[in-house]
Write a protein that binds this ligand. Sequence first.
Ligand code: GLP
Length: 242
Amino acid sequence: MNRLIFQSNEELNKAGAGLIISLLHTKPNAVLGLATGRTPTGIYAELVKAYRRDAVRFDHCRTFNLDEYIGLPREHSESFFTYMEKHLFSQVNLSSSQTHLPDGSAADPHAEAARYDALLNSVGQIDLQILGIGHNGHIGFNEPSGALTSATHVVELDERTRQANARSFSSIDDVPTQAITMGIGSIMKAKTVLLVVSGEDKAEIVHRSLTGPITTQCPASLLQTHPSLIVMMDTAAAKLFR
Ligand code: GLP
């Protein structure tokens, strides 16, 4: 495990974007696993800046997002599709044929999860999987549980997760109760995993996930077994690693 601590969020974002840019320079057709939430927005902003100064291009890469809410129209303001269009896809040369998210508006979410999983398997391996971490140790929408699911699947969202994500909805009642998420197995198959954590509110969970027992009750703890894990934190998130 490669643990990197940055004095500021800005430095963290530049470093995270730098890792992606160097991968695309060495492997233009790389497969990127993408996350949503507040944490990666700064990294996407740095990628857009690099693209605008011609320091990176996305012509040949493909992207797969970790998850999507079930029950929101794709263009809903809070869908992860809309998030990705806003923060990255519409600002760089990524065409819709190169980017993939589960379809949360599919009539049969379980069939959609199976379709997405088959698509993931057809590309072989994700070269670099970006992850954030939920306050309860979830990655993607893999919530703490007695057992974790390996493949892409439909998941019931934990109340703490709904509350944490409610900030961008008009009320908690509008927050979906289900999502489609890549499973732990899909995530762990990635060649390299980049876990990005910022803010003091994540200090306890990232410390527990990386140094505590490996347990399905803290899905991020399984990352301890990944052979190529890079963890990027700002000093606030890393305060328990002193
Ligand atoms: C959501 C996403 C996760 C993300 C988590 C933390 O639940 N499904 O992929 O890592 O929130 O998001 P944030 O970075 O906003 O704390």
